[in-house]
Design a protein around this ligand. Sequence first.
Ligand code: SF4
Ligand code: SF4
Length: 351
Amino acid sequence: MNKDWSEKNKEIHVLLSKEATFRTAIQKLIEFREELFQQITWIVEGYPKKAFYQLPFAGAKGYHNKTLAYSIWHIFRIEDIVAHEMIAGDEQILFRDDHLNTIASPIITSGNELEGEEIVEFSKKLNVQRLYLYAKAVKESTDQLLLQLQYKDIKRKFTEETRQKLIESKCISEDENAFWLIDYWCGKDIKGLIQMPFSRHWIMHIEAMQRIKNRLCKIARKGADPTAICGLSCDHCFLGEWCGGCRTEYNVCSFATCSEGRICPNVKCCNEKNIDGCYECGELENCEKGFFVPSNDGAGAARAQSLFIRKHGKKEFLKVQTRVHDRYDFQKVQEILGQDYKEALNILEKN
Ligand code: SF4
Ligand code: SF4
């Protein structure tokens, strides 16, 4: 488990156990859930439609043998069922505001009963953008529920009536891979439910989603030119696990994601000029587009790298990148190359 997340989770659960620190625990839990949810937001905003139904770890043991779409559905169906059927005793979010129709899900269950190709087929049917809105609505509703809880509530246990209600809701499949959930949840008090579906369950599946997207980016990069269009090296980029590179569909380069139509201005311009990259452009030295905008602290380094490619070629560029990364400890290449592009080019040529 991610060490930072695991520690935050542990701290919250310790604070949750004492009346004096209960409110702090709830506040920290809500903040932590926000942090975790951000990972889902980045994934939904960054990746192409097809990323959400890929099963790159088919047959593996663990939470990662799912798709990205299934993972989102599963996390928030479980939370919605537990929060509303069990704790609040009101209508689930899925059945409000037309979520079920707009997501286009063929099931209302948690999905535990699905395996392998069934998960893929299920995921293909989902409208991921609407699924994201549903996930957000569930999260916000649960946050409100958490804020309303009093310390005395967390020891509340569940009765046979709740168990029957869960069965009758048909939100948990009768399949043996799913049905056990009903007894598992009903055996817990509210504190136990906060500790699993509302926190630990998120961590396990969001970590798995990170593994899935890292793998998808890795697959996308196979055979793709690792030299970014602006002149950076995707093979050496600190965003490598998030981004498949700007020559693939998994392009989540920061300039692309915050640009109109999610197209990096350098990529757009090179496509219009019908050139392979900025290193082939006569305007490179003075260009202020995209990555080369003066307010970008990496503009000089990017320009220098593009100039290096122009002078020495891509092969030599990738070699020098490896040498620089072996020699120095840094995250962004501008930490080593600085902001003056002529100086930066010098550094690259000396390495
Ligand atoms: S962020 Fe840019 S340089 Fe990094 S991998 Fe993505 S396209 Fe390549
Ligand atoms: S004008 Fe700028 S962004 Fe466009 S190809 Fe030339 S260097 Fe790249």
